[in-house]
Write a protein that binds this ligand. Structure first.
Ligand code: FAD
Length: 478
């Protein structure tokens, strides 16, 4: 019997666990093998809908469900707790529960899918935890807190007071610009609906090298008149919506009502805010890898940021990095029975052009691994574990340079007057070896905006919540 342990039940780990259970059942192997999931909390969080929670348009319960119920249905064991140590030579993990109980869990195969540690301390004053001054929409409690502060801002505006609002990234190495952009557009539209938009000086502050870059070096699409890129598209929207922008910037410090930032040219500037939502940079979860002799081998298993090194080609300069360098199987480079999927795996490098200011400050968006991408990695890793259980070599690829990217950025959550920007691209990571020139198949890329996008975003919320709860016909939802 093989024991498969999955750490983390986000898009990658949870879908990976569902895939494993399903595949083993289809092959008549379910009774012979044991799948166990460990997650820090009891719930799955559908993170893309947090931007709606963050302006008070959705209750957090609507984007969560109880994982235990789903795992019971699928025959998966489940523990709520935090894994803090992996012993890869002896094949066990150590976790602790909220009541400080330590549990040892043996495994034959391990999938690390622990997502990001939100690294707020990287920028002094970046909040909302530890007395920080800015808001975040990265977790349900953060988004609820952001909504409370946003509604306080609305109260102020309703009294006729003007305000400065800043939305974007809180460090030069942040990722997930798409999520922050979505929040920006939702705030813009919500204020407009309330008749308060004219009172707000709204600014986009980000580390992107260009508008619409989103950490993926933007998107180009073919139009009747030639090629349009996401920079032109987003600039057009910002001008139309009277949104100011400050890009190519690293936030170095935040005070009660002031954000201090450095530009790529090395200029040091400050900006006042009444309300700010700035995403934190990410790093790997604090999990130690311990060898049989007791030595700490975390730095061999993980990259310096704490993400697990997999079957990628590491160490290339940005200019030399191409599609084939991105991981395919998500198998650890050190231990063949360990996989890592979603944000937890170490990418081979950035997708966006990195820069360094004359002061030596790195302004380099980290590559996003969106919910869909994370699911695809988790799916591939799960199928590869099944391959190994059957005595085969891992044969499934979920490479970001071979799979599509999809970003549906809600701008206004309404089924009647709503609006969303839909960006589709193939593949997510540019692959010039396969698509010379742009590195992407422009015929498969699209940028569109409109009410249908808003329906699509709502549809995705309900379709994913349905699928991820293993409700009837869940396998039919891609
Ligand atoms: C505000 C926001 C909006 C977004 N919008 C979109 C969107 O519209 N579309 C899209 O595709 N993507 C979106 N994303 C990105 C998407 O949410 C992430 O790509 C996705 O959540 C990554 O999945 P994951 O499984 O790698 O990590 P996570 O979803 O973070 O899951 C990791 C899990 O591991 C658990 N864990 C962590 N450490 C441990 C430990 N030590 N022991 C046990 N468990 C642990 C965590 O509790 C968590 O449940 C958004 C992100 C944000 C922040």
């Amino acid at each position: 019997m093989a024991k498969i342990l999955i750490v983390g039940a986000g898009f990658a780990g949870h879908f990976g666990a569902m895939t494993l259970a399903d595949q083993l059942k289809r092959k008549g192997l379910a009774k012979q093998h044991e799948i166990t999931v460990i997650n820090r909390g009891p719930n799955f969080n559908y993170i893309p809908s947090l931007i709606w929670v963050g302006i008070g348009q959705m209750a957090p319960q609507k984007m969560q469900f109880d994982l235990a119920k789903v795992y019971k249905k699928l025959g998966i064991k489940f523990h709520v707790g935090k894994v803090f140590e992996i012993h890869p030579d002896e094949q066990y993990a150590l976790m602790e529960t909220d009541s400080d109980k330590k549990i040892k869990l043996d495994y034959d195969y391990l999938m690390m899918a622990t997502g990001p540690l939100l690294n707020f301390p990287a920028t002094p004053g970046l909040g909302p935890d530890n007395g920080g001054f800015t808001n975040s929409v990265c977790t349900p409690p953060h988004a609820v807190h952001a909504a409370e502060n946003y509604l306080k801002l609305v109260d102020k505006l309703e009294k006729g007071e003007a305000a400065d609002v800043i939305i974007g990234t809180g460090h030069g190495t942040c990722t997930c610009q798409g999520a922050a952009l979505e929040y920006l557009f939702n705030v813009h539209n919500d204020l407009k609906k309330r008749g308060l938009r004219d009172l707000v000086n709204l600014t986009w502050l980000s580390n992107e090298p260009a508008l619409g870059d989103m950490g993926i070096s933007g998107v180009e699409v073919q139009t009747g008149n030639g090629i349009m890129d996401s920079a032109e598209f987003v600039q057009g929207l910002f001008e139309g919506y009277k949104i100011n922008w400050q890009i190519r910037s690293h936030v170095n410090k935040i005070e009660a009502d002031t954000v201090h930032y450095e530009t790529v040219e090395g200029d040091l500037n400050s900006k006042h805010f009444d309300f700010a939502m700035l995403l934190p940079p990410f790093k790997g979860q604090p999990i130690s890898y311990i060898a049989a002799d007791g030595s700490d081998i975390t730095s061999t298993v993980c990259n310096p940021a704490g993400f697990v090194k997999v079957d990628a080609v590491y160490g290339k300069a940005y200019a030399d990095l191409d599609g084939p360098d991105w991981p395919k199987t998500y198998q650890s480079s050190q231990y063949k029975n360990i996989y890592s999927a979603g944000i937890a795996f170490a990418p081979p490098g950035p997708l966006s052009k990195p820069s360094t200011s004359p002061n030596g400050t790195v302004i380099a968006p980290a590559p996003p691994r969106t919910g869909y991408t994370s699911e695809l990695c988790g799916h591939a890793a799960a199928l590869n574990i099944v391959d190994m259980i059957e005595g085969k070599s891992p044969s499934h690829s979920g490479s970001m340079a071979e799979t599509p990217g999809l970003c549906v950025a809600s701008m206004n959550k309404s089924a009647v007057t709503g609006n969303a920007m839909v960006i589709g691209l193939f593949p997510m990571a540019r692959n010039r070896a396969k698509y010379p020139g742009y590195g992407r198949d422009l015929k498969a890329s699209m940028i569109d905006i409109g009410l249908s996008g808003s329906w699509f975003k709502l549809f995705l919320h309900y379709a994913f919540m349905h699928k991820l709860q293993a409700r009837p016909f869940w396998r039919m939802i891609p």
